[in-house]
Design a protein around this ligand. Structure first.
Ligand SMILES: Cc1cc2nc3c(=O)[nH]c(=O)nc-3n(C[C@H](O)[C@H](O)[C@H](O)COP(=O)(O)O)c2cc1C
Length: 353
């Protein structure tokens, strides 16, 4: 018989208590960085822009990445690419994530960032993206099929910066058998930290993350390994941290529409029961996010780009799919804001924004 959610949560809770008392949780350290608690927000193209990262920070997120940025695009000075680097002073420590297939593009892009004096705390190289338009150029996940090139990318990055250089990989292209060998070679090439997403490139985002393989990598390397895949709740993340031997946890889809994750994490660490976000809080934050995005991008672009975020804020709530349809159908900024206000009122929550 399938375990119910409640039974699973009870087991989780018991094991977390054990795991936490057995090991004193340490900060995630690499280069000059000390990250506490050792939980980081995953990079998400189209989601974790400066606006959303600012919200994540307000809920206590200790470490973020930019969305992935094309190294070639940076070298060519494309305006849209440069805009991806923008961040506020509160949005630190922050890694800039680059993707590319040519080691020289990586080093030139890093030099361009330093010349433009944009402050970052680490450089990360994407070696996991499964999108065809990325892998067909030999970038992202395709680098896992060409480890010599992946090594050269790290060496090129190290030669261009004194910042720590990290890598985000998957467990392999179509299987996880070589994960330890791949990660060890990247470590030997100079990587200061490796985040491992426990899926293969071929899997995309389906199936379950293979935490057994993540643990094998974590136990084989001398540099910190951050595990990623399917973490949706603090207790579960803490349990995986304890069991896998990882130095940190990267939270992916679990933070979309849910910056509350970090508040719950602190509550859990203090030993209290995490408070779920109330409906009113979700509506207030959604409207706040919308206003911040409008300030940054203008109302039209904010309205279009935030649809996907908004859907995540209301996921699982009563009437969420009807609300999503109404939001997607809104033809103007005021119609979209009114739609959210009206839905909020149905939950007994008047929005004053
Ligand atoms: C829409 C979308 C965009 C993503 N963008 C990036 C990206 O820019 N850089 C990156 O390294 N990973 C990216 N990822 C992968 C996530 O960072 C993360 O590794 C993945 O979602 C697995 O974690 P999860 O199972 O906790 O969601 C993206 C994933 C999705 C679904």
């Amino acid at each position: 018989m399938k375990q119910t959610e409640l039974e699973r949560a009870r087991v989780d809770q018991k094991t977390t208590k054990q795991t936490l008392s057995e090991q004193a949780m340490k900060p995630l350290r690499f280069g000059h960085l000390v990250i506490w608690p050792p939980f980081v927000a995953a990079p998400f193209a189209g989601y974790t822009d400066g606006v959303y990262r600012e919200i994540l920070r307000e809920f206590g997120c200790p470490y973020c990445y930019t969305e992935m940025v094309s190294a070639k695009g940076l070298v060519m000075g494309g305006e849209a690419t440069l805009a991806l680097l923008e961040h506020s002073e509160h949005d630190r420590p922050l890694a800039v994530q680059l993707f590319g297939s040519e080691p020289e593009d990586i080093s030139e892009a890093i030099r361009a960032i330093h010349q433009a004096d944009v402050p970052f705390d680490a450089v990360d190289i994407n070696m996991g993206c499964p999108a065809k338009k990325v892998t067909s150029q030999g970038a992202g996940g395709a680098l896992l099929k060409d480890i010599s090139r992946a090594e050269a990318m790290i060496q090129a990055a190290k030669s261009a910066t004194r910042l720590p250089v990290s890598v985000k990989i998957r467990i392999g292209w179509s299987g996880g058998e070589r994960a330890v060998e791949i990660a060890s070679r990247l470590e030997a090439a100079g990587a200061d930290m490796i985040a491992v997403h426990g899926r293969t490139v071929a899997q995309g985002y389906s199936g379950e993350a293979d935490w057994g393989t993540i643990a094998r990598v974590a136990r084989s390397l001398n540099i910190p390994v951050v595990g990623n895949g399917d973490v949706t709740a603090p207790r579960q993340g803490l349990k995986l941290l304890g069991e896998s031997g990882c130095s940190g946890i990267m939270v992916g889809r679990g933070i979309l529409g849910n910056p509350f994750f970090f508040r719950s994490l602190y509550q859990t660490l203090r030993g209290s029961e995490p408070e779920p976000a109330a409906a009113g809080e979700r509506f207030t934050l959604a409207i706040d996010h919308l206003h911040r995005a409008a300030q940054r991008y203008g109302e039209r672009r904010a309205m279009l780009e935030l649809r996907k975020h908004l859907a995540f804020y209301f996921k699982g709530m009563k009437g969420a799919s009807k609300l999503r349809t109404a939001m997607n159908g809104a033809r103007s900024w005021s119609e979209l804001v009114d739609t959210i206000r009206h839905a909020s009122r149905c939950f007994g929550n008047e929005l004053h924004m």
